[in-house]
Write a new protein. Sequence first.
Length: 291
Amino acid sequence: MNDPRTIRVHYLLRAAILLLFALFIAHLVRQDALHYYVAPRLARWVRLCPLPLVLMSLSLALQALFGKRGDLCDCEHRLPASGAAGGALYSLFLFPLLLGLLLPDRALGSAAAAKKGFEFAYTSPETGSRRQADFRAEDPYKAEFAELASRLHLLPVVPVQPEIFSETIGALNLYKEQFAGRTVQVTGFLYRERGAGGIDMFAVSRFLVQCCTADATPVGIMLHPQTPISLPADTWIQVRGKLEVVAYGDGEIMGLVPETISTVPQPATPYVYTSADSVAAWDELSQKAAY
């Protein structure tokens, strides 16, 4: 059992950490930078966190400063045995806060993509018949991709919309032979990778975020290796070109032969997210475009 004075110190330290987290989240909300860290469906709840965190901090501080000696207890959660142990414990909470304050709020880029391992090929189950003109799929997992592919195939230019970015890339990869030679327009950041033989490989890509940036996955389309590109990595570009099937590793992936490459501003929301129903999302986007 620790003495009440030690318990009061720990209460104050915990109150300070909770208050710092509340202030940091409030800072991200005020700077409109929360989308750099969490998906929109979580951001709406994270925005509400500062208030309960402040109340918890205030409760701990009041208990530490004005709580009766007999009410102070560490029975359920034992305090660290030494000052060094306490410092190590609280540093686990302070370190991410320090990184958040020192590092700029910006979107993940090529460096993060290289560390996570960029996958040019879409990681989906193998297709059955490669020449399905009607894009039928017996596997329920592929049914949504097949339906989306059948609609995209009717367009003269296939737009890779950010609302269904990963689903469109998946549909194009799943039926890459049918889409070979079709024109595609896609926007993303320029990813540069040193390939075999010292040849630079490029891709136009975006990060797919499921929950937060910790699970972010780079998704994109490889550009033709002989494409002359002098732009620095992480430059946001819009590419229009024709799709092709190219050999990569032990298999084949979808590639893009650029016809035009233009620089664009980084979008307000640089990441892309999964859609609950990509076909319905595509229909909604098509209706908006019609108006």
